[in-house]
Design a protein around this ligand. Sequence first.
Ligand SMILES: [Zn+2]
Length: 279
Amino acid sequence: MRRKYILISAVLLGLVVISCNHANQRQQTGNSGTAINAVAVKDSVVVKQSVNTSAQVYAKPEVPVLCYHRIADGIKSEYRVSPATFTAHMKILADSGYHYISPAQLYDYLVYNKTLPEKPVMITFDDSRLEHSTIAAPVMEKYGFRGVFFIMTITYNKKNYMTTDQITQLAKAGHTIGLHSWDHTMVIKYKEAADWQKQVAEPKNKLEGIVGKAVEYWAYPNGVYDHKGAEELSKYFKLSFTLYSKRDPVVPLQTVRRMIVPECTSQGLLKSMHRTFEK
Ligand SMILES: [Zn+2]
């Protein structure tokens, strides 16, 4: 079944419910008319949480989100870093006081204004490559980091890609597992309900069965999105991640930017992060 996450349009219509308890729930428009407060009353304890509008989400400072693909020696590609470079990158982030954050923390920051640790960074991986499990995860864990692995599910148990067991192990070790479509077809090509079923709904269900928890995050194949696709994805995911595309101000939660990390020095990585994400 599709999970319906908080849609900004729903916020504006005052349809937000933040608690599943059986207490009275009501919504009210904030004083400014720009935010909705949902109030739940349970045993005379009042829980109040305000939800940001899309404009408010869009206005918040972006958090650096890194995107790695291949981690290997001997391949010429802008989507590759060597294992030594990857290790150096994790070391400089740790030595410079960066704290990894999960997509759940980013969502709570964007939607509920929850506080993030100092110098937050999210470390993500696309395409379910074998070395994500054998190289990236152990290096990150050594430095106390956890990452986000976006799986294209056609690769299950294929040569040079992660097995389903390895994906499960990543989830058990505290990493986040997200979806990267069934076979890497771009979202702008999903024309019919059957396409959404094949590329999103079915692989999401199967991946949830493998990791034993909800899969709530998406990375666009090739980083490419359009407005309609982003709106549709909000029915399935809390957050969706692009690459360098501009964010969509109407659906900022479904167009979170990432930077592809190239083969570069540690100082080069820090400079690129500042340049890409600081206004
Ligand atoms: Zn990809």
